[in-house]
Design a protein around this ligand. Structure first.
Ligand code: F6R
Length: 600
């Protein structure tokens, strides 16, 4: 969480920083700030609130060719102007922005900074004061910066300004993402390439526990011991236009609409010239060696993992366990002899998942990451990566990444089955083509979903979603979508489980939405709907063509029974979107959330 950006060059850095921060707002948006260094004077502007408010507050007359900026998702201290970054050292010489969590900040404060007065409740202020403390001891900024880093425990991406040197930014990283963007006569620093695509598409990665001296004419990467590291730059393949909303009112709606295109892109990327599945042979072999797969993920990606389990067990006959990352870390199950860990993560930065990756690597187990960001931490640290090819997902509520994850898991399962010599009648690439057309038919019917959302969610306080089998996995995702953006308390339940307690919550008018896409459960889920209707619920059934009844609220086009989550989730995403819209919620940036959850 939190996003940082830095610039050193010849142009006025103000607008570059503010525009970069706007692109990083998905990482947190409760407060923000920038610091501009002009000659020896540092101008700090901070706000509680969004970048738009910061833009308004920044003095248009201040121009500086060096600057750093930050958008915050609070961890230590409430969202406020005092707690917003940048933070400054006692003398005002050093100014710092930080993304991450310093675990030992209170020990550091007690040990080194007992006499120093603090202006904020943040762990970051401890870092900048510690840097000043060590610079005083060492008599040199770089040596003091390095010394401070050796003391800090936790995660950080840091960009530091020294007001006595306007020719250099000091940058470092550990566990939090950070990239250096390279330009002609300028260089930039950002938590995500998206923030600086207007300036450059050439980047160099920084690894954990490295320090970078960023100057106008070049960058120097060093290890903590001072030895210099040479690393090649790469060209980011993100199209700047993909990070814009275009004519859409919200990124979420744009991303929902992009799903058919994403599925077609996945078909293209995972197909060889003969029309067969194209997959890295090392991944194929790793799948063959595994006697059990452990899927590790959080939130929406966890829900995609549940669907993936069905594919892998039903098609490839491999036992699969799906675990919530934050639980696995502290409650590791008994592992099989030859496990393969599959991390599913849109961002590739989720700290809960990364902590499991670190744990299982220490045990010597192999890991595959399925992610939308191939250069991300989870991707770099795992043995293998399968990319999602979904393009940047900017709305906080995940939509196209979920369907991309499900599609890639289906391809992986079929490939594994084939590699085992199993004869399947299921051809995922052809079937995914049918799915893409079905998705298009659904996204073309937005007015209908807007009407249904109004009918069921306009004023309700809570809502229930029910399903059985694979539909149960989809209703969990449906409930998450609804609650995160509309703030309606929603739960996704197994249809048969309601009567064991939760049915007590059903009152006159409570919305209960059922999904029915599987022949073997069609009658039983309808029975469950009858049970809640008899108790006054306002019921809605979304069924699949071929299984429908006249009274169903909506019928989705038929696709292969294994792939139904890819189409039944689209009405759920659109219902959540319109529910949030009609309740005047901030669809793309719901309260309390951030897109990239880099704290545990
Ligand atoms: C919900 C959502 C989150 C993420 C979760 C994991 O719409 O986006 O639940 O799925 O925070 O994030 P990733 O997939 O980046 O690991």
């Amino acid at each position: 969480m939190c996003g940082i950006v830095g610039y050193i060059g010849v142009d006025d850095s103000k607008d570059i920083l503010l525009t970069g921060l706007e692109k990083l707002e998905y990482r947190g948006y409760d407060s923000a700030g920038i610091a501009l260094l002009d000659e020896n004077e540092v101008y700090v502007t901070k706000v509680k609130g969004r970048i738009a408010a910061l833009r308004e507050k920044v003095d248009a007359n201040t121009a500086a060719t060096v600057g750093i900026g930050h958008t915050r998702w609070a961890t230590h201290g409430e969202p406020s102007e005092d707690n917003a970054h940048p933070h400054q050292s006692g003398s005002g010489r050093f100014t710092l922005v930080h993304n991450g969590v310093i675990e030992n900040y209170s020990e550091v404060r007690d040990q080194f900074l007992a006499d120093v007065p603090f202006k904020s409740e943040t762990d970051t202020e401890v870092v900048v004061q510690l840097i000043e403390y060590f610079v005083a001891q060492e008599g040199d900024v770089l040596a003091g910066f390095r010394e401070a880093l050796t003391v800090l425990k936790g995660s950080y991406a840091l960009a530091l300004i020294d007001n006595q040197n306007s020719d250099q930014l000091y940058v470092a990283k550990n566990k939090s993402p950070l990239l250096i963007g390279l330009g002609e006569g300028f260089n930039v620093v950002a938590s995500d390439a998206m923030a600086t695509l207007k300036e450059t598409n050439r980047y160099v990665e920084i690894e954990d526990k490295e320090v970078v001296l960023v100057r106008r004419e070049g960058v120097e990467i060093q290890k903590l011991d001072g030895s210099v590291v040479e690393r090649d730059a790469y060209v980011a393949e993100i199209d700047a236009a993909d990070t814009e909303k275009g004519t859409y009112p919200h990124f979420m709606l744009k991303e929902i609409d992009e799903q058919p295109v994403v599925i077609r892109k996945i078909i293209q990327e995972y197909q060889d010239n003969e029309g067969d599945i194209k997959l890295d042979n090392d991944i194929r072999q790793a799948m063959q060696r595994a006697d059990r797969i452990y899927i590790i993920a959080a939130g929406t990606s966890y829900h995609a993992g549940l669907v993936g389990k069905q594919f892998l067990e039903k098609l490839a006959n491999i036992p699969v366990e799906v675990h919530i990352a934050s639980e696995f870390s502290y409650n590791m199950p008994l592992l099989s002899e030859n496990p393969l860990f599959v991390f599913i993560s849109q961002s590739g930065e989720t700290a809960d998942s990364r902590s499991v990756l670190v744990q299982i690597k220490a045990l010597g187990h192999p890991a595959l990451t399925i992610t939308n960001v191939p250069g991300s931490t989870l991707s770099r640290e795992a043995d293998y990566t399968l990319p999602l090819h979904a393009g940047p997902e900017i709305a906080v509520a995940s939509t196209k990444a979920y369907t991309a994850q499900v599609a890639v898991l289906a391809i992986l399962a079929v490939d594994s089955a084939k590699a085992k010599g199993m004869d399947l009648s299921f051809h995922p690439l052809q079937e995914l083509g049918i799915v893409a057309s079905a998705m298009e038919a659904l996204t073309d019917q937005k007015e209908e979903f807007e009407r249904i959302a109004k009918e069921f969610f306009a004023t309700t306080r809570n809502a229930f979603y029910i399903g059985r089998g694979v539909d149960y996995y989809v209703v969990q995702e449906a409930a998450l979508k609804l609650k995160e953006i509309s703030y309606i308390q929603a739960e996704g339940f197994a249809g048969g489980e309601l009567k064991h307690g939760t049915i007590a919550l059903i009152e006159e008018g409570t919305p209960v939405i059922a999904i029915s896409t599987q022949e073997n459960i069609n009658l039983s889920i309808r029975g469950n709907i009858q049970e809640v209707a008899a108790r006054g619920a306002n019921t809605c059934i979304v069924s699949m063509k071929g299984l429908e009844k006249d009274s169903d609220t909506f019928v989705v086009p038929a696709v292969h029974e294994l792939l139904t989550p890819l189409v039944s989730v689209i009405p759920m995403q659109l219902l959540a979107y319109y529910a949030a819209l009609h309740r005047d919620c901030d669809v793309d940036k719901p309260r309390n959330l951030a897109k990239s959850v880099t704290v545990e």
